[in-house]
Design a protein around this ligand. Sequence first.
Ligand SMILES: [Zn+2]
Length: 98
Amino acid sequence: MTIDKLCKWFVFVAAPIVILALIVGCASDMVRKKTVDVATIHWIRATPEKCGGEALQGRTLHGCAKVFPSGCVLTMAEDAPDWLVAHEVKHCFGWDHR
Ligand SMILES: [Zn+2]
């Protein structure tokens, strides 16, 4: 296999599979723990280190959400990927990890 074919294989086959697996993996480990109809969300623009070291059992921490009765505080970079924003916002609406 030439390097050109190898690069095309990676871009069109391997990379999408890896990305899809990451997205599905992140989304599937959440369950609804309570129902929240309205959430006031504050977003602190900061790196995940500001989350207070709440690493999740060997997984990389990209951001965090702290839920209070008065609202929800997200901590993540301003250029966080869409999947991460969706994940953290889901915490604000009562979803959490199993
Ligand atoms: Zn989470």
